[in-house]
Design a binder for this molecule. Structure first.
Ligand SMILES: Cc1cc2nc3c(=O)[nH]c(=O)nc-3n(C[C@H](O)[C@H](O)[C@H](O)COP(=O)(O)OP(=O)(O)OC[C@H]3O[C@@H](n4cnc5c(N)ncnc54)[C@H](O)[C@@H]3O)c2cc1C
Length: 475
C-alpha cells in the first residue's frame, strides 16, 4: 500500500489524541501513514494551559479530569504518566455553596448526585419544606421521559425548586458554564437519565447507580480512589508527554487551516493554510471548536455548517490569585465554592477553587493559590478585573491586602452548550458526515465536554479515519 496522509486540524487535547492514536494504530498494523497536525496558535494544548512560575502551577483552563470516565487515565497509563497522577487532597474534598452571602457546606454525595439522607437533613442550604420535597420527590413515580427535557425540568420534578436552584444550578454551571433551564438532561446527566427512565422512581434509580459504581470500583483494582485527578506538573504535562511521543508526526504550528475542499480529479482532500500552502490528504480530522469546523466545512456541506453553527457556546474567564497564608483568615478547608444563581446577580463570581488546598503542590509552602471563575464576559482590563474579584472574595475568605501575583485567562466561545435536543443534532451531524467521505470530527461539542471525552473523541475519529483509508485502498 502506498503511503497515506491524514491531516488533523487543531492541536488541543482532541487533536493530540487523534494524532497519537493514528500513529499508534498505524505502527501496530504496519500501515504506511504520514500524519500532519496543524495548530493555529503558537502553543499546543488548546484550552489546556499550564503556567509554572516560581513554585506555582497555575491552570488557565481545565485543572482536573474525572476518573469515572476511563479514557484520560488509560492514556496516562500508556504514556508512562501513572506515577505522575495527583489526586485531590483527601482532607480538602468538601465543597461549599455561596448562597445569600454566606458559604454553606455542600452535604456529602451532592457533588456526584448521590446525596445521603443524613446530609440532606443536616444541610442549612434548604428549608425544611425544601428537604421534605426532596425526600418525597425521589419517591415520585417516573413520568414518561421519552423526549429530552431540560436539567431543571428533569431534576426539578424529583427534587423540587429549592434543591434545583440552590444546589443543582451552581453544580452544573461549574461544569458547563450554562443555564440548567436550557441544558439537556439526556446529554449532561446521561447515566441518571437512563436509569431514571428504567426505574420506578429516583430513589430506586440512585440506589442502582451507587451499587453499580461500588461494583465497578471493586472489579477494577487499578481504579484510583479519587473522583478527580490531575498531573503533578499540571495538565500541561499530558500535552508535553503526548508531543514527546510524536517521533514521526509532522507538526505545523502557528498556521490556521482556513479552507477544506476536495480535488475533483484526484478525489483527495485539500487543506489550505493561511500562508497559502496546501496539504493534500487521504483523510482529514477536524479537531477544532464547532464554529471553526463549521467555517472549514462550508465548501463541502452548507447544511452541516449550519448544524455546527447552531451549537451555542458560552465564554469563560479564570482569575488566579496568590497570597501569603497570613493574608487569608479562612481555613480553606475544602476544594472551594460554587455560587448559587441568586447570588450571581450581584457578583462577578461563578465559582472559586481553593487550588492550594485541593492540590497542595500547586503553591509554595506558606502561600495560598485561589482560582475564580467569572460569571460573565466583562470588558474590564486585567487589573480592574483582578481588583473586582479580590473585592468579591475579600469578605468571604477574610482577605487582607492585595494579591502577590495574579493570572487572567479569557476563553471566548469556549464552552459548548448541550441544550435540549442536542442528542438529535449529533445524530444529524453524523448522518451528514457519512456523505462527506473521509472527513471526521473530534472535539468537546459532540458527546462530552471534559478531557476524558475529548480524548475518546480523538481516538474514535482516528479509528474511523484509518478504517476509511484502508477501505479506500481495497476498493
Ligand atoms: C476555563 C475552563 C475550565 C475547564 N475545566 C475543565 C476541567 O477541570 N476538567 C475537564 O475535563 N474539562 C474542563 N474544561 C473543558 C475542556 O478543557 C475542553 O472541553 C477541552 O480542553 C477541549 O479540547 P479540544 O481539543 O476539543 O478543543 P480546544 O482545546 O479548543 O482545541 C482546539 C484547537 O484547535 C485550534 N484551531 C481552531 N481552529 C483552527 C484552525 N482553523 N486551524 C488550526 N487550528 C485551529 C485552536 O487554536 C485550539 O488549539 C474546561 C474548559 C475551560 C474553558
Amino acid at each position: 500500500m502506498p503511503e497515506r496522509h491524514i491531516v488533523v486540524v487543531g492541536g488541543g487535547i482532541s487533536g493530540l489524541s487523534a494524532a497519537y492514536h493514528l500513529t499508534k494504530q498505524a505502527k501496530r498494523e504496519s500501515i504506511s501513514l504520514r500524519v500532519t497536525l496543524v495548530e493555529r496558535e503558537n502553543l499546543w494544548g488548546g484550552k489546556i494551559r499550564t503556567v509554572r512560575e516560581d513554585g506555582f502551577v497555575v491552570e488557565g483552563g481545565p485543572d482536573t479530569f474525572v476518573t469515572v470516565k476511563p479514557w484520560a487515565l488509560e492514556l496516562c497509563r500508556e504514556l508512562g504518566l501513572w506515577e505522575r497522577l495527583l489526586p485531590t487532597n483527601p482532607h480538602a474534598r468538601r465543597v461549599f455553596i455561596l448562597w445569600r452571602g454566606k458559604l454553606h457546606l455542600l452535604p456529602h454525595g451532592f457533588l456526584t448526585f448521590s446525596p445521603d439522607l443524613k446530609g440532606l437533613f443536616e444541610t442549612d442550604l434548604l428549608s425544611w419544606k425544601g428537604k421534605l420535597r426532596v425526600a418525597l420527590g425521589i419517591l415520585l413515580p417516573k413520568p414518561n421521559w421519552d423526549e429530552d427535557v431540560s436539567v431543571s425540568a428533569f431534576l426539578g420534578y424529583y427534587l423540587g425548586t429549592e434543591m434545583t436552584e440552590r444546589v443543582i444550578a451552581p453544580l452544573m454551571a461549574g461544569v458547563y458554564g450554562g443555564d440548567i433551564r436550557q441544558l439537556s438532561a439526556r446529554m449532561t446527566l446521561p447515566t441518571l437519565w437512563q436509569i431514571a427512565k428504567l426505574h420506578r422512581n429516583l430513589a430506586w434509580a440512585s440506589l442502582v447507580r451507587s451499587l453499580r459504581r461500588k461494583l465497578q470500583r471493586q472489579s477494577s483494582n487499578s481504579q484510583p480512589s479519587s473522583y478527580f485527578m490531575t498531573l503533578k506538573s499540571g495538565l500541561g504535562e499530558l500535552v508535553e508527554t503526548i508531543l514527546a511521543s510524536f517521533s514521526e508526526v509532522n507538526l505545523v504550528q502557528g498556521r490556521e487551516a482556513f479552507q477544506l475542499r476536495r480535488d475533483s480529479e484526484s478525489g483527495r482532500l485539500i487543506v489550505t493554510l493561511d500562508d497559502g500552502s496546501q496539504l493534500a490528504a487521504d483523510a482529514v480530522i477536524l479537531a477544532t471548536p464547532a464554529w471553526s469546523a463549521a467555517n472549514l466545512l462550508k465548501p463541502l456541506d452548507a447544511n452541516l455548517t449550519d448544524e455546527l453553527f447552531s451549537i451555542p457556546h458560552t465564554h469563560a474567564i479564570t482569575v488566579s490569585l496568590s497570597f501569603d497564608r497570613s493574608q487569608v483568615s479562612h481555613p480553606l478547608n475544602g476544594s472551594g465554592f460554587l455560587v448559587a444563581p441568586e447570588d450571581q446577580r450581584e457578583s462577578l463570581l461563578l465559582a472559586c477553587t481553593w487550588t492550594s488546598s485541593k492540590f497542595p503542590p500547586r503553591a509554595p509552602q506558606g502561600k495560598v493559590l485561589l482560582r475564580a471563575f467569572v460569571n460573565k464576559w466583562v470588558e474590564m482590563d486585567d487589573s480592574e478585573l483582578v481588583n473586582a474579584i479580590v473585592e468579591a472574595l475579600r469578605p468571604l475568605l477574610g482577605i487582607k491586602g492585595e494579591p502577590e501575583r495574579s493570572w487572567v485567562f479569557r476563553w471566548e466561545n469556549a464552552m459548548p452548550q448541550y441544550t435540549v435536543g442536542h442528542a438529535k443534532k449529533v445524530v444529524r451531524i453524523n448522518e451528514r458526515l457519512k456523505g462527506l467521505h473521509k472527513v471526521f470530527l473530534a472535539g468537546n461539542y459532540l458527546t462530552g465536554i471534559g478531557i476524558p471525552d475529548c480524548i475518546r473523541s480523538g481516538r474514535e475519529a482516528a479509528e474511523k479515519a484509518i478504517r476509511a483509508i484502508l477501505r479506500g485502498n481495497s476498493s
